[in-house]
Design a protein around this ligand. Structure first.
Ligand SMILES: Nc1ncnc2c1ncn2[C@@H]1O[C@H](COP(=O)(O)OP(=O)(O)OP(=O)(O)O)[C@@H](O)[C@H]1O
Length: 241
């Protein structure tokens, strides 16, 4: 049985700054899995994510999310989007922020403790969010996104700047969410993160080079190390061109 796709892109093209920065003829993102959106800085990961949440302009083609056109108001509570910039209030404590966003999302205060635990957010009494480290602050933003228990999570570089232990902890939290049926699309410019993903979407220069499982990428390239496999894939394409 194949699981239906949560996200389907068809004939997608995006222009930014007067040039085409993204071209995706077809891409599906599987439901209930952690898909890594990986590729070097500037390859178009953020632009693709912005298309899914309906905030990108100059988009042509079809972007379908949970069965509806991306950006449809009814999708708002069903899709959680973590951007690269902190989206919480610096002059409130962690708990005050999360209690505020819980009210906005219309969820009970019980969710606050659940998300604090899910992403190991530091809660230190009266400490304000503006006095947290960058990595801590990013986790508070992530916790806020999780409050409404969205069906699709679009997370732009959630592990950047975190130490290896915390990164591993977050990837475990993502796997637990996927096991509970949530679909996650998680971007990173580090191929090191690939091993944590159920599926990989590899991008380069505005194009999707591959959508496959880590095992599938290894089998295609004959490389066990996923970073080596990515390099081999690119070299193979350059030769074929
Ligand atoms: N506001 C903008 N105006 C013009 N061009 C832009 C704009 N934002 C991004 N771009 C260009 O679009 C391309 C894709 O950018 P995007 O931010 O999607 O890449 P990315 O893979 O997410 O990079 P990173 O990993 O550094 O966040 C880049 O070439 C970038 O220079």
């Amino acid at each position: 049985m194949t699981t239906p796709a949560t996200v389907a892109l068809r004939d997608l093209s995006v222009r930014r700054g007067g040039r085409e920065v993204l071209r995706v003829p077809a891409l599906d993102v599987a439901a209930g899995a952690v898909t890594g959106l990986l590729g070097p800085s500037g390859c178009g990961k953020t632009t693709l994510m912005r298309c899914l949440v309906g905030v990108q302009r100059a988009v042509s083609g079809e972007v379908t999310v949970l069965g509806a056109p991306a950006g449809t108001p009814a999708l708002r509570p069903r899709v959680g989007y973590l951007t690269q910039s902190p989206s919480v209030y610096g002059d409130l404590t962690v708990r005050e922020n999360l209690e505020f966003f819980a009210r906005v999302a219309g969820v009970g205060p019980g969710r606050v403790d659940a998300v604090i635990e899910a992403v190991a957010v530091p809660v230190r009494g009266r400490q304000l969010v503006r006095d947290l480290s960058g990595g801590e602050c990013a986790r508070v933003s992530l916790a806020a996104v999780l409050l409404g228990d969205p069906e699709l999570l679009v997370l732009d570089e959630p592990t950047v700047g975190l130490d290896p232990l915390l990164r591993a902890e977050l990837w475990r939290a993502f796997a637990a969410l996927a096991a509970g049926g949530t679909t996650l699309l998680v971007s990173s410019h580090s191929m090191e993160e690939a091993r944590h993903c159920d599926r990989l979407v590899l991008m380069r220069e505005g194009e999707v080079l591959l959508s496959d499982t880590p095992g599938g990428l290894r089998a295609r390239t004959g490389r066990h190390d996923l970073e080596d496999a990515f390099v081999t894939l690119i070299a193979g394409r350059a030769e074929a061109a």
